[in-house]
Each structure stands twice: as structure tokens, then as C-alpha cells.
Design a protein around this ligand. Structure first.
Ligand code: BV8
Length: 243
């Protein structure tokens, strides 16, 4: 199959990163003033960090969880939810939204065919029994697991550095038959997500990147659009719906 933006795409995979939520007031990671500029990810987003100072890690995620409670989806999130509905109504093919983000703004916007490869900030996991539950409360070591009753075993249900991202088989299966791969608001810094564009190209897909500025794998994309997500994503989605 020739790689061309002209083939009306059937199977689409969209990968989003922190940049799509930036205009909803949630911090990115590597932009100036980003989260990792203020906090050391190796101390706060690794199993080793959690083992050596659980209270510091639980406080870090509790603060991000509190910050998320008031956040709302922006025009870019809403445009992707609208594109998914149009795609499914037209019976065009498969639609999968893979997000690296741990916020719930895609859900709030109405996205349904969605998976969080790095977990979810509003979910908590028990390290004793593995129970995962929706949780908007601050995380502390004093809390007990609602399932097994263990105390001091709760952690955020997010994927830390060195941990296996979630639903990788489902993602790689989708990338094997993708016609159109779109990365939105991600710097292409974190693996294995940064390598998805390579899998998509190997499947013969047309690849598009929509971010504020080029990132670490931008050269691998067939097509790029620079700008704030709330401006470039709705325009891009509207053009795609019209194809
Ligand atoms: C793993 C959850 C084994 C926690 C996060 C090669 C292969 C495999 C692994 C590695 C490898 N090399 C190195 C590794 C290890 C590591 C890694 O990638 N390290 C990096 C730092 C080099 N990877 C891992 O440990 C992963 N696990 O590898 O397991 C394995 C191997 C193979 C296959 C399976 C398993 C686990 C990584 C997950 C870590 N957890 N988050 C938390 O959030 O606290 S990662 C964290 O950074 C975020 O979740 C986010 O996903 C990620 C990437 O950040 P971005 O989303 O891209 O955000 P960033 O700030 O970087 O960029 C913002 C972008 O937005 C920019 O492009 C900017 O221009 C743009 N932007 C800004 N404003 C706007 C905008 N765009 C549009 N509009 C705007 N307004």
C-alpha cells in the first residue's frame, strides 16, 4: 500500500501527550517550567523512588490529583471526540486513541475508544492485592485498601519509569493495520510511545505530527503542523472528517 495522505484512511491511531492538556491548565513535562523541571522524575516517578520515600511520592501525586479535579477538556480534546463519532458513524474503520496522559480530559470530552498506556491519576492500586479503584482522595500511607484491608499499600495506578506500559499488545496490534497515525502534543521523548511512529511507517501508514514545536522524532513524520492544540487540532480534524 502506498503511503499517501490521499488514500481515505480506514484505520486510525492517535497518540496524545501532555501538550494536548496544556491549554486546560495541566503542566507538560519537558517544556520550560514543566513538571520535570520542578520535580525529579527519578525520585517521584519510579518504583525505587516510591520504595525509598513513599510519602514524597504520594504527596506529589495527591497534589497533581487535586489539580486535575477542576480541569476541563479543551477544543482539541473535543475535536478528537467528535472525529471518533464521525469516524464510527461513517463506518470508515478502526479508531483508537492512545494517550500517554494520566488525566481524564479525553473521557470528559466524550472519547470512548481510548486507552491510557501510562495509567490514570484518578485511579489507585493496592500493591498487596492488585485491586484498582477510582479514587479522587489524597493518597497517604494511613489509608487502607478497600478490598484487602492492607494499610500503607496504596499507590497511584500510573506507569513509572522502568515499568511496563499498559495494553501494549493492543497498541501494537492496532499499529500493524493502521493507515493513518497521528501524534498530538507529545515530545517523542519517552519510549516505547516515541517508537510508535516507526511501527506505523512499517505498516505503510501516513504519519502526522501536531505539536507546538518539533520534538525528538519529528523527522520520522510525513506531515507536521505546528501550533497550539486548540487551534491546529480542530482544523486538522475538520479537514479529515470532510475527506
Ligand atoms: C519501559 C506517568 C520496558 C507518570 C510517564 C527504549 C525503549 C523502551 C524504554 C526505554 C527506552 N529508552 C529509555 C527507556 C526507559 C524510559 C524512557 O523512555 N525514558 C526516557 C526519559 C528516555 N521508558 C520507560 O521506562 C517506560 N517503560 O520502557 O518498560 C518496556 C520496553 C519496551 C516495551 C515495553 C516495555 C515507561 C515510561 C512511562 C513513564 N511514565 N507518565 C506521571 O505522569 O507522573 S511518562 C511522562 O512523560 C508522561 O506520562 C508522558 O507520557 C511522557 C512523555 O511526555 P509528553 O507527553 O511528550 O510531554 P512533554 O512535556 O515531554 O512534551 C510536551 C509536548 O507538547 C511537546 O512536544 C510540546 O511542544 C507540546 N506542547 C506544549 N504545549 C502545547 C503543545 N502542543 C500543542 N499545544 C500546546 N498548547
Amino acid at each position: 500500500m502506498t503511503r499517501s495522505s490521499r488514500n481515505p484512511a480506514r484505520n486510525i491511531v492517535i497518540l496524545t501527550g501532555a501538550g494536548i492538556s496544556a491549554e486546560s491548565g495541566l503542566g507538560t513535562f519537558r517544556d520550560a517550567g514543566g513538571i520535570w523541571a520542578k520535580f525529579d522524575p527519578m525520585k517521584l516517578a519510579t518504583p525505587e523512588g516510591y520504595a525509598s520515600d513513599p510519602d514524597a511520592v504520594l504527596d506529589f501525586y495527591s497534589a497533581r490529583r487535586a489539580n486535575l479535579i477542576g480541569a476541563r477538556p479543551n477544543a482539541a480534546h473535543l475535536a478528537l471526540a467528535g472525529l471518533e463519532q464521525a469516524w464510527m458513524m461513517a463506518g470508515r474503520g478502526e479508531f483508537l486513541l492512545v494517550t500517554q496522559n494520566i488525566d481524564d480530559l479525553h473521557e470528559q470530552a466524550g472519547s470512548a475508544s481510548l486507552l491510557h498506556m501510562h495509567g490514570e491519576l484518578l485511579k489507585t492500586r493496592c500493591t498487596e492485592c492488585g485491586h484498582v479503584f477510582t479514587d479522587r482522595e489524597p493518597l497517604t500511607r494511613a489509608r487502607a485498601c478497600p478490598s484487602c484491608g492492607a494499610v500503607g499499600s496504596l499507590r497511584p495506578h500510573v506507569v513509572w519509569f522502568g515499568e511496563m506500559p499498559l495494553e501494549m499488545e493492543r497498541i501494537y496490534a492496532a499499529l500493524e493495520s493502521v493507515d493513518l497515525f497521528v501524534a498530538i502534543g507529545t515530545s517523542g521523548t519517552v519510549w516505547p510511545a516515541a517508537g510508535f511512529v516507526r511501527e506505523a511507517r512499517a505498516a505503510g501508514a501516513w504519519t502526522v505530527e501536531l505539536t507546538l514545536e518539533p520534538g525528538e522524532v519529528s523527522a520520522m513524520f510525513d506531515e507536521r503542523h505546528d501550533g497550539p492544540a486548540t487551534q491546529i487540532v480542530p482544523d486538522w480534524a475538520a479537514r479529515l472528517e470532510a475527506v
